[in-house]
Design a protein around this ligand. Structure first.
Ligand SMILES: NC(=O)c1ccc[n+]([C@@H]2O[C@H](COP(=O)([O-])OP(=O)(O)OC[C@H]3O[C@@H](n4cnc5c(N)ncnc54)[C@H](O)[C@@H]3O)[C@@H](O)[C@H]2O)c1
Length: 396
């Protein structure tokens, strides 16, 4: 990296107040670049940017999906380098609002690239993408040439933005490169639905921590400074007319599973003839506490959650003859019915499982106890144990 390269460089950073944007902005300021920061929220409370930083940034509150606004900014400031990080980047939010995801992440990208094409000022454009742009593949780790086949709103938005970036290079020779990272961690990430901030926050505030996947998925975790280094290096090379039209995976090549960081089973389901009859065993003999009792009409069961440390036992009592629990009891008698693993993205988990040839009982998540979204994996695929995947009620 060449700090001199950046002195006085007009550098546009979209999403500059976000986690990665704010880290990149601080680095650019330390190199003496003239930062034009665009973000849909400006001067938020939670950011690592300080008051003095704002004195040195041209901070613009703008939406990348608004062509007219971005056109004005680029025509006026004529950036020499563009880092495009603005995006709806929280998977849960993307699932809740796919259209907003597409306008921010896809339309935002084409607006920016199209305006850069018209203005012909930028000598380097780095587009922040994600390894999720690859979708789900059986062959891992992903290679840059792997097909882009996202399946869910965030993933698809990134697959599309990447293809659009390639197109602007191929057809218009725009100096654009794409970066694809796994999980990034470091200071300035205030998205507490992400595993690293969530874990740290739970530890600091002495709160229960919930793993929102089954913990087995392996992902790369890369420190934000290393990602920033990568962005900067690519921009410097693009200016020298090298690397344009390429994509780059960023990784330590050491994927770890969530279970290597923390471990959690959401609950163990036990089929019972009568909750009332069994409850004294758990409460009086075992000294455990009942968390809640509720009825799930759609499944024809009454359920009772009993806390055991950080996890739960779920007693399941049938309330109708059609209940799957009734059928289970008739066939097997009382006993362990299933093990449930929590996930933060049930749709992705289901797709991953399908990709690995697991047999699913229900592919479409349905509502279970506590408003959770649930799917069941057939015991034939899981060595005889009926396995539930569940996602906490609120979407992030
Ligand atoms: N954090 C990660 O683990 C990770 C991994 C891979 C890729 N990425 C990608 O890197 C980029 C930055 O991610 P992040 O972790 O800093 O996310 P972030 O949510 O912290 O930052 C994104 C920023 O973009 C802004 N933004 C959203 N929609 C906008 C719009 N329409 N117009 C203008 N600004 C808008 C948000 O306000 C936010 O400040 C994103 O493109 C993301 O997809 C992040």
């Amino acid at each position: 990296m060449d700090a001199n390269f950046w002195k006085g460089k007009r550098t546009l950073i979209t999403g500059f107040e976000g986690f990665m944007g704010s880290n990149l902005t601080r680095r650019m300021l330390s190199y003496g670049a003239k930062v034009i920061g665009v973000d849909i929220t400006v001067k938020r409370k939670e950011t690592i940017l300080e008051k003095d930083d704002y004195k040195r940034i041209t901070a613009i509150n703008s939406d990348v999906s608004q062509y007219g606004q971005i056109k004005k900014i680029i025509s006026r400031y004529k950036p020499e380098i563009v880092f495009h990080l603005a995006a709806e980047a929280i998977v849960g939010k993307c699932n809740s609002n796919p259209v907003r995801t597409f306008t921010s992440n896809i339309e935002g990208t084409w607006n920016l690239l199209e305006i850069c094409r018209q203005e012909a000022c930028a000598k380097a454009i780095v587009v922040a993408s994600s390894d999720k742009a690859y979708g789900s593949h059986k062959i891992l780790p992903y290679k840059e040439e792997a097909p882009l086949s996202g399946n869910h709103p965030y993933d698809v938005s990134k697959s599309c933005a990447d293809l659009i970036s390639y197109m602007y290079h191929n057809t218009y020779k725009l100096p654009v490169a794409v970066t694809r990272c796994g999980n990034v961690f470091g200071p300035g990430d205030f998205a507490f639905s992400r595993i690293v901030p969530d874990t740290i926050n739970s530890i600091l505030s002495n709160k229960k921590f919930y793993i929102r996947s089954d913990g087995e998925f392996t992902r790369d975790y890369v420190y934000v400074d290393d990602i920033t280094d990568g962005y900067i290096l690519i921009a410097e090379q693009l200016e020298k007319k090298i690397l344009s039209g390429n994509a780059f995976n960023f990784s330590y090549n050491h994927p770890i599973s969530v279970f290597e960081m923390v471990k959690k089973i959401d609950h163990i389901g036990i089929a019972v003839n009568s909750i009332e009859e069994q409850l004294p065993f758990y409460t009086v003999v075992m000294g455990l506490k009942v968390d809640k009792i509720e009825t799930v009409q759609s499944e024809g069961v009454k359920v009772c959650f009993i806390s055991v440390g950080d996890t739960h036992i779920e007693l399941l009592e049938p309330i109708s003859d059609e209940s799957p629990i009734k059928k289970f009891l008739e066939k097997n008698g009382q006993g362990v019915h299933h093990i449930a693993y929590a996930t933060d993205d049930i749709v992705k988990t289901v797709v991953d499982l399908k990709g690995k040839d697991f047999r699913l009982i229900n592919e479409q998540p349905k509502q279970g106890a506590g408003g959770k979204l649930i799917c069941f994996v057939h015991p034939k695929s899981t060595f005889g144990v009926l396995t539930e995947i569940c996602q906490k009620a609120e979407l992030h």
